[in-house]
Design a protein around this ligand. Sequence first.
Ligand SMILES: Cc1cc2nc3c(=O)[nH]c(=O)nc-3n(C[C@H](O)[C@H](O)[C@H](O)COP(=O)(O)O)c2cc1C
Length: 474
Amino acid sequence: MKQIHLGVFEVAGPQVGGTLSWPHPLNRSLDYRDLNHWIHIAQVLDRAGFDFLFFADGYGYPTVGGDLPDVAATGGINFPSLDPALYIPTLAHLTERLGFVVTSSTGLDHPVQTARRFATLDHLTNGRVGWNIVTGASQDAVAKLFGHEEMTLHDARYDQADEYLDLAMNLWEGSWEEGALVQDRENVIFADPDRLHRVEFEGEHFRSSGYFTVDPSPQRTPVLFQAGTSARGRAYAARNAECVFVQGTTIEQTKFNVADIRAKAAELGRDPQAIKILVGLTVTVAATHDEAVTLRAQFDDLQSDEVVAVLYAGNTGIDLLSLDPDRTLAQIEEDGGAFGQMGQSNIDRFLGKDGRPAPTVREILDQLRGRGTRGFQVVGSPTEVADELERMIDETDLDGFLIEPIFDPTDLEAFAELVVPELRRRGRMSDAPATGTLREQVTGAGPHLASDHPGARFRDALAIARDERATDAS
Ligand SMILES: Cc1cc2nc3c(=O)[nH]c(=O)nc-3n(C[C@H](O)[C@H](O)[C@H](O)COP(=O)(O)O)c2cc1C
């Protein structure tokens, strides 16, 4: 029976998932600037046996016609957001085993900066950190904010991201040989110069020549997550990701995406089942079915078309409220509608490619209300929720879920109290949560990158250098 992995999806802002929930009295997410709020959440998850706390992040915000729409400001819809990486050392210090995954895009900082930041986090968390690699949402706003003339196009961003990660992995895996860190007080040797190697990287987008300035952390390479479910995004995941956060709202589409990522990974010589694939999941659970339905209705009452449209525009570049409500996106595209070069998975899902008729713009607005960028939605008693989670795992070959709270942290407390024990009873979660580095906890393998991962070649190059030195010495 497949075990269920659990993470929690958060942003360092007023609410998650591009929906409106902070005005509700049960919601304390306005405390996002207060470390105590995050410490409480991290400790709840740590004790309950969740695998990790995940922070989405980006420099952008939703735009319509190039500007921040009023409803994004009044509703606090994906605006504003703090830098979540800065929370992590405190949260790790005050938890025992929980992992922490931070999103960072491949579009702006140089890979050397990102490699150094994550290696430092890996040290400070004692190997409990993951990097969610994204090419970046809200690319138009980000390009303008950073003074760039225009955004890089969608697939080109992924090509650049392949190279970006290669350089980062080269730094983590290919600069410090095992044993290079000596720290011998008596003989005054901090590091062994023979075991330190220059990284020489010549790419199309990035170049680097020199030594990595952070000594090897427990995992060396943080656990590599990826989010972005377009065809090019799935190819990127198949090559690079150890954990994938897929966009998914229907069983059929999710099953297809999971199978596609695993098949592409196998073609590249990777173990397809070793890649852990998770989907977003909003759960409203209460002691009884009726209580859960009432709670969910209170959330639904806060949502509106304007909130949906702002979020969707920020994600795809398409303003649904400016389109003919009776036409489908496929028809509008055929008419020559300008579909942007921003995120594609939230366009693809409405083009009728999954065998169902494509919805009209009006139907898309209705389908997205209360959903935003959220994945699956489940409402019910603990046994109803557990039934549904088991069904989803078994029908899609997913490995788990990223819980996307609507009322924060109440939803997480309820899930930990009511659903986790039920999943344990059913043998879907172990009674004793895994410990060790995040990679050991999530993949069940060792603390370092698997040997079939493309990053392992940088480690192999150091092993060859070590063997050559040994031959020369003998
Ligand atoms: C499930 C999911 C989660 C995402 N999380 C983030 C995020 O936290 N920050 C970000 O900048 N972009 C995020 N993205 C967006 C992608 O970086 C961006 O849209 C990019 O164009 C790739 O998405 P695509 O492959 O789905 O087109 C996410 C995309 C998906 C599908």
